[in-house]
Design a protein around this ligand. Structure first.
Ligand code: PLP
Length: 225
């Protein structure tokens, strides 16, 4: 197997300059994250609060963690002191809690709205009408400690690339509509997080600005969620 550094260098070489690589390190030990960091990787994606909490304290403080898994409201407080970005915001309730905990920590936390775009399995995520309702709510407008920087979505688990492409087109369209309706003059709202090991090139063709790659960097995981 190639080293983590070789895998990263191969992927970096294919990414246009406007696309950020999020190295998805869920379930992987801290030593592997450190190896990626020492090779020059800055952004890491984690899905599980406990897994992240057990690794983060021993790692360099300028490693930037993006939370990409389903986030329960009662767990926000654990990651609020250090998380760079929470990509998986799928309700007003969780956004309110992030705002509250960010404020307690005297921080502003970057957030992304997660959309349900998969045509077959779509457990988590908003649809566009739910996002409109969230964004027009008084609670959301009053928030001082979160900054919404874009949208995130997961494609179907399948090798039907035509379907994946349709799903990614849909997320790009959602981004464009929200940009026009709510964020026209807002430079921070610019990110479209889509694409994983099996399809990140296709996602970039469809407008991705952040790809979340795990297996292609760190190897297969012991279990698939
Ligand atoms: C695990 C995961 C990824 C990375 O998947 P790979 O196929 O290993 O690249 C990306 N996004 C989310 C939300 C994930 O849970």
């Amino acid at each position: 197997m190639n080293s983590i550094r070789e895998n990263l260098e191969r992927i970096w070489a294919t990414l246009p300059p406007h696309v950020k690589l999020i190295a998805v390190s869920k379930t992987k030990p801290a030593e592997m994250l450190l190896e990626a960091y020492e090779a020059g990787q800055k952004y890491f994606g984690e899905n599980y609060v406990q897994d992240l909490m057990s690794k983060q304290p021993g790692l360099p403080s300028d490693m930037e963690f993006h939370f990409i898994g389903h986030l329960q409201t009662n767990k926000v407080k654990y990651i609020a002191p250090f998380i760079s970005c929470i990509q998986s915001v799928d309700s007003l309730k969780v956004l309110k809690e992030i705002n509250k905990q960010a404020s307690k920590n005297h921080r502003i936390i970057d957030c992304m709205l997660e959309f349900s775009i998969a045509e077959n399995d779509s457990k988590f995520g908003l649809d566009i009408d739910e996002a409109r309702e969230l964004l027009t709510s008084d609670a959301c407008k009053a928030m001082q400690s979160v900054r919404i920087i874009g949208v995130m979505g997961m494609g179907s688990f399948s090798d039907d690339m035509a379907r994946t492409r349709r799903e990614y087109k849909k997320l790009k369209q959602i981004f464009d509509e929200l940009k026009t309706e709510f964020f026209a003059g807002n430079e921070a709202f610019k990110e479209i997080s889509m694409g994983m090991s099996s399809d990140y090139q296709l996602a970039i063709e469809e407008g991705s600005t952040m790809v979340r790659v795990g297996t292609d960097i760190f190897g297969a995981r012991n279990y698939q969620e």
